[in-house]
Design a protein around this ligand. Sequence first.
Ligand code: ZN
Ligand code: ZN
Length: 250
Amino acid sequence: MSVATSTQARPAQWQEKLGVVLFFVLCALLARRVLQAAGSQTVVMIAVSAVLGFVTADLVSGLVHWLFDTWFARTTPVLGKTFVTPFRVHHEDPLDITRHGFVATNGHNCLVSVPVLALALLLPSGPEAPWASSALTFVLMLCLGVFGTNQFHKWSHMQNVSPLVSWLQERGIILGREHHDVHHTAPHTSHYCITTGWLNRPLEAIGFFDGMEKLITAVTGLQPREETMNLPAVTPEAPESTPAPDLATP
Ligand SMILES: [Zn+2]
Ligand SMILES: [Zn+2]
């Protein structure tokens, strides 16, 4: 999961287009399996699984975001260009993400979810697996949450969003604008979760990321944010330029 940013808006690549198509096809197939298996469990169990899937997506977004904000450098082999740089660029130009189209914004996360959805489709869902509807619902909602992360994140940086998106943001159902602004306030060391943001306050309350950093430093000797500590102060937000055409998503 990346924030899908770059220094310039770029056209979507064919792999990302393929990833988006495969993602929606596999989600449709998995949703059909969920409906077929739905009779084996109560509505409450399925609803709890759905919420847990979305909460897990929020946790995954926070862990990935924290990992690449805090550790490694733009020059780190393999990871630097693809994963670290987009997160560092996003702090320098938070509105860059708003200039990306739908596929460029969401293609990477679709590609990440495709193998997970494919594996879920291999799970048994007949009478021998009474837990199937809950498990498949969890995976489906997890993948939908992962898919939504970049879109919700993008929306949180846009001045103008659709009334539905604004409604969802104001009620905290998806990542809210003011909520995410906290992360974009120096030193950028809190509110890493960017799907719904539901876990940000609980994780802050227990000092989760701070504790993880202390543990990693104790074990490896590495210091968090080593690269960014040596850079000049982050530039303020530039005025929003060309809005992305896909206001319907994040
Ligand atoms: Zn960040
Ligand atoms: Zn952001």
